[in-house]
Design a protein around this ligand. Structure first.
Ligand code: OOG
Ligand code: MG
Length: 261
């Protein structure tokens, strides 16, 4: 039986968040929530918030946000064509060059990203500020995504509820905020090289930050000084296996990590 509520009951939100949380902690994929229940986008964000609250209750701290499906390559790969926002915690951070134990994940993939750093708490009730007023730095980055759904198959609301597949991320050296449009991007793993351009992200990754402000205002997702923002992958994601991975963004340098068994 499908359950369809305009405003999903709190216990249903709690139950679905617990299901995704267990999938992540036990590394056992779960079925699409859409197989059992109809959830709308508001309910999906409520589940995401509850899921992240559970992580914070275990001692993790919010350190940023991430955007998803800001490039056609990602939309085409996953069949979702609307921008999504997820939360990053300190437990997801991988220091530059460090090893990552792949047994933490179910079926990890890696993708090239641009990271921006928020420099001031954003007041959603004030006028929309210029990007330079609230972002002070930019860096090459990589994101490890790990859907908690079977075979990485999900609907739009599923992936929002699952904190947009967020699993881990690495950030290279911060540079002062600058125009990073039209830069070549290359992600090399032991077996593959994927190449693209930062223009794949909404013509300029800075536009992803502008979009974020809109969505965060609408959804009341706080954006605080010091937060990291991942603008969304410029290319399709690649399976993450053991060995070194490096992402190079023209003019911004590189960021690397090492997958270990
Ligand atoms: C969802 C996350 C998408 C991006 O950069 O577009 C994302 C997924 O593909 O599992 O992080
Ligand atoms: Mg991503």
């Amino acid at each position: 039986m499908k359950d369809n509520h305009m405003n999903m009951a709190t216990d249903t939100v709690t139950e679905l968040a617990a299901r995704l949380d267990s999938a992540e902690q036990d590394r056992i994929e779960t079925n699409s929530l859409a197989d059992d229940i109809d959830i709308d986008v508001d309910a999906a964000y409520a589940i995401q918030e509850e899921l992240v609250a559970r992580r914070c209750a275990r001692g993790e701290n919010l350190v940023g946000v991430k955007l998803g499906f800001t490039s056609r390559a990602k939309m085409a790969q996953m069949g979702v064509s609307e921008i999504i926002v997820g939360r990053l915690t300190d437990a997801m951070e991988v220091a530059e060059g460090e090893s990552v134990d792949l047994s933490r994940f179910i079926h990890p993939k890696i993708e090239p990203e641009i990271a921006y750093r928020i420099s001031a708490d954003i007041d959603f009730d004030g006028p929309v500020p210029d990007i330079a007023a609230y972002v002070d730095a930019v860096a090459p980055a990589m994101e490890i995504i790990d859907s908690r759904y079977r075979d990485f198959r999900f609907t739009y609301t599923d992936v929002v509820a699952d904190n947009t597949s967020a699993a881990a991320y690495a950030i290279g050296r911060w540079r002062p905020l600058q125009d990073v449009s039209n830069r070549a991007v290359r992600l090399s793993t032991s077996g593959t090289v994927v190449e693209g351009s930062t223009n794949a992200v909404l013509d300029d990754p800075a536009n992803a930050v502008r979009e974020l402000l809109e969505i965060a205002r609408r959804r009341r997702i706080p954006l605080r000084a010091g937060y990291v923002v991942l603008a969304g992958a410029a290319t399709a994601a690649t399976p993450l296996t053991t060995g070194s991975v490096e992402c190079e963004v023209e003019g911004l340098g590189t960021v690397s990590l090492k997958g270990i068994a």
